[in-house]
Design a protein around this ligand. Structure first.
Ligand SMILES: CSCCC(=O)/C(O)=C/O
Ligand code: FE2
Length: 172
């Protein structure tokens, strides 16, 4: 697992933007973000069952899967808008690479690099965003507790119940 505080350079979102300050799994856990490396789909299924996930879909984010470079860039822009969800978000990488960016307690961006067999759990109410890296390719499972849906609330969404509950949950 590699995670770091982002630099503040405004350039291609698919570059590393590594400030040089690396973070470990404990630092991620501190803001409710859980990381697992699972080589085996059975382990993903067990975890999903334990957390009462009943649905999933598969997504490929690449220029090919989106049909054109323009459609791909438009999709990336949507994923990269800072947002939160009312439900916990689980993503399991089947192939390729990408970055999930999450806000820390000080509202700084923490970049979590994910690759094949990485699984990330983002709590409901955490502000975050996603981008592919410069390989422009990721294939992932999106797991849902209920019906497959991807409802994102762009920031500001501080009035959402999930946001209030998240902030309460990570209180020191
Ligand atoms: C690689 S999964 C695509 C991005 C996504 O599902 C998400 O929820 C971003 O916040
Ligand atoms: Fe999201």
């Amino acid at each position: 697992m590699k995670a770091w505080l982002m630099d503040n350079e405004v350039s291609d979102q698919r570059l590393d933007h590594n400030s040089g300050v690396e973070l470990d799994e404990k630092a991620l856990g501190d803001i409710g973000v859980l990381y697992y490396h699972l080589d085996n789909l059975d382990d993903v299924n067990t975890l999903a069952k334990e957390r009462h996930y009943r649905n999933r879909d598969e997504i490929e984010v690449s220029p090919k899967s989106m049909g054109s470079e323009e459609a791909y860039m438009a999709k990336l822009k949507i994923f990269f808008d800072e947002h939160l969800h009312e439900d916990e978000e689980i993503r399991y990488v089947l192939d390729g690479r990408g970055f999930f960016d999450v806000r820390d307690r000080a509202d700084r961006w923490v970049r979590v690099a994910v690759e094949k067999n990485d699984l990330l759990i983002l709590p409901a109410g955490i502000y975050h965003r996603f981008t592919t890296d410069s390989s422009d390719y990721i294939r992932a499972l999106r797991l849902f507790q209920d019906e497959p849906k991807w409802v994102a609330f762009n920031r500001p969404a501080d009035d959402k119940t999930s946001r209030t509950e998240y902030l309460r949950a990570i209180e020191a």
